[in-house]
Design a protein around this ligand. Sequence first.
Ligand code: DGL
Length: 287
Amino acid sequence: MVNFPSLNRRSGEPARIGVFDSGVGGLTVLKELYRQLPDESILYFGDTARLPYGDRSPAEILQFVREILTWMEEEGVKMVIMACNTSSALALEIVQSEFSFPILGLILPAARAAVKGGCRIGVIATPSTAASNAYQQAILEVDSTAQVWQAGCPEFVPLVEQNRIYDPYTRSVASEYLAPLIDQKIDTLIYGCTHYPHLAPVIQAILPEGVNLVDPSVHLAAATARELDLMGLRSDVSALSTQFYVSGNPRQFSQRSAQWLGYAPKVDKIRLPELQPRRSTYFESVD
Ligand code: DGL
């Protein structure tokens, strides 16, 4: 039995939960963690220098994720949440067996929630997540009678990161991406990328009434609470604090985050450990 730290070895403070994404998408998960787990301290990392992740190869994503997890391990986290669907789709299963702390992703909690609400399920996601079929597989594992349509939406992440949410161009791109799903008369739509709930006002205005929207962050936060309880890792002191780190421009990230967090956080830049890429037979057929 592995003992996970409830205290950070270096600081003696309660151990933190590591949360990462390529950029501001993970803030949708962070806000949900604040709502459901208000006593947890968080170490947030945005890999902004390498954003967007959504058109990277599976091998690149795996390499990035290993670097991030190695850094978070050095920081003494008690658990890591992949606040990134692309990483959850392409790397979660592999890295879960490589690190000693629990690592949670978005796909399974979202798939379970989606089948409760409907049986004609649309998924909007990054091109890499859509191509991986991870959502379709997870949904069909939970309910083999469900029907799933996935749409890759390459322009959404850059539009969110450039803060062009209310730009008329964003609305026309969103109409284009959603049209094939609306044609299939979906009853449920999953935000299969953590950047997309930032586009909710635009997406909701296009969808026909009655389509059930699934935001995976809500279900991931609930799964995190269960996992913390199960492992006896839930913080019992009111220690809410978040430290933000990025690989790119900290000031830019802080400015962009302000509208989602309600304040401009202090953000520092870090250099991730350089790891030698490992040969992985897992991806030989896809690379
Ligand atoms: N927000 C991430 C996701 O959920 C990554 C998006 C990107 O960088 O393309 O997939």
